[in-house]
Design a protein around this ligand. Structure first.
Ligand code: GLN
Length: 474
């Protein structure tokens, strides 16, 4: 079966006409996984299980009682718990750990007959933007194997890019669904904070973490969002707002007011072809009758510092639980409680994770709390308020998703701040708790995918998806 389906709607057509079966689909993806093993997108493939589930779902389709995701084969990022399956956050410290329960999102996806084909590689504890901090090694971009996949949900993105599954689920703390989607020519949606349950998702920075879909079509993103979203007694940060039927309600967006950050075009840090893609999009939107205006964001320089202070502070506390006693790896050299903690953590965590635990502990320490953590909290409030002000006047804020397309694997950065700065466009939505989506806008002259980001008001995913569906066809 050579056909590459671009949406679940298309797959459902194929299932109905008898062109394909769920079992054939799974076999096709498993073949692709095998053929693309060098991309390193999966930490583990649940092959046998996926095949036997496929047979059951085919039978349910025959008898007319299949769920809304029948025919949808997905990969999940390896920081999402799935009962009786291993989960590692791509870290040595979770070596051998098996989930004893499923995350809420996994339960909801399975209840609608999705098939989970495997757990996808990612940056260690979702800390990174290139998938190079994984204990299992980097993920290669399918468009060019010498380039990174993006991160931290790099395996999830490449799995979809190389047709190793139809869609994937990632997590986005500061851009980890959107940025790899943009590096792989896909759609990546980070919903409003409080939209999707985080129960059973390994925590990185709890006030930022959100689950999001990586897909080839806006329709699939809408459907996956509506199935995963909504109140959950295990996550008290969830909104009690009713979840719209995002996929059924997709409609023409009408004329919109769009702001774009003028620095996206003027900053020397943004790649020329990325700027060009943004300029072209602006021109097309204007030609279509939308209002598109440049804006200055006065807190632009504070976005990355505020994000990295707060995210690392939260991470240092969340990662305290990996102590060599409760989960996964324990150093064989440990002799007592102190050495169990010290050695297990020293040997179990990678370099980037340790750097962040130390930075987070520092900004929370008694002498520096006010200067860093408290200040960053204040900056976050200002960033959120200012962003919301802009969205009172405009429907969306348009930016590149990332300043550059996928770069070379192994590009050693001596100063980590240089890598952190590449998150400049994605962390604004994360700091503000707002929904944002990365949409593909073709390839650059070297054949590497480019993406643009749209940021919308709180809980305005429907408007965002309506406009996205229209935008990708422009
Ligand atoms: N690149 C950002 C970081 O390293 C975002 C990661 C994420 O969203 N999980 O923190």
């Amino acid at each position: 079966m050579a056909k590459k389906y671009s949406s679940l709607i298309e797959i459902k057509g194929g299932l109905q006409s008898g062109e394909v079966t769920v079992e054939k689909l799974v076999k096709h993806y498993l073949e692709n996984i095998k053929a693309n093993a060098h991309l390193n997108a999966f930490n583990e493939v649940f092959g046998e299980e996926a095949l036997s589930r496929a047979k059951n779902i085919d039978a349910r389709i025959q008898s007319g009682n299949a769920g809304r995701l029948a025919g949808m084969v997905i990969g999940i990022k390896d920081n999402i718990c799935y009962k009786d399956h291993k989960v590692s956050a791509s870290s040595k410290i979770l070596d051998g750990f098996t989930s004893i329960y499923s995350s809420t999102i996994v339960e909801r996806l399975l209840a609608e007959d999705a098939i989970i084909i495997g757990r996808c590689n990612c940056d260690e504890f979702a800390m990174g933007a290139s998938n190079e901090s994984s204990y299992f090694g980097p993920v290669k971009n399918y468009a060019d194997n010498t380039k990174v996949s993006g991160g931290s949900s790099g395996g999830s993105a490449v799995a979809v890019q190389a047709d190793m599954c139809h869609a994937a689920i990632g997590t986005d703390t500061g851009g980890s669904v959107r940025q790899p989607a943009s590096f792989c020519g896909l759609i990546g949606l980070k919903p409003t904070y409080g939209r999707i349950s985080r129960y059973g998702v390994i925590s990185y920075a709890s006030s930022f973490d959100q689950v999001g879909p990586i897909t080839k079509s806006v329709e699939d993103a809408a459907l996956l969002l509506e199935i995963m979203a909504g109140v959950d007694e295990y996550d008290s940060t969830l909104s009690t707002k009713e979840v719209p039927s995002f996929s059924a309600d997709l409609k023409e967006p009408g004329k919109k007011k769009i702001a774009y950050l003028q620095e996206s075009l003027s900053s020397p840090g943004v790649d020329a072809e990325v700027k060009n893609a943004l300029t072209q999009a602006i021109d097309k939107l204007r030609a279509e009758g939308h209002t598109v205006k440049p804006i200055a964001f006065e807190y632009l320089d504070y976005l990355v510092p505020a994000y990295y202070i707060l995210a690392t502070a939260e991470a240092s506390s969340n990662l305290a639980r990996y102590d060599g006693v409760h989960y996964g790896y324990r150093s064989p050299k440990a002799t007592d409680l102190q050495s169990t903690y010290k050695l297990s953590r020293s040997e179990g965590f990678g370099k980037e994770v340790k750097r962040r635990i130390m930075l987070g502990t520092f900004v929370l320490s008694a002498g520096y709390y006010d200067a860093y953590y408290a200040k960053a909290q204040k900056a976050r409030r200002l960033i959120r308020e200012k962003t919301q002000d802009i969205l009172k006047e405009y429907d969306f804020i348009l930016t590149p998703t990332a300043p550059e397309p996928a770069y070379n694997i192994g590009k050693e950065e001596t100063d980590p701040v240089v890598s952190y700065l590449a998150d400049i466009f994605t962390v604004q939505a994360s700091l503000s708790g707002l929904p944002a989506i990365s949409l593909p806008v073709g390839n650059n002259s070297k054949g590497l995918p480019l993406g643009l980001q749209l940021l919308a008001g709180q809980f305005e995913e429907q408007e965002l998806l309506n406009f996205s569906k229209y935008f990708v066809k422009l």
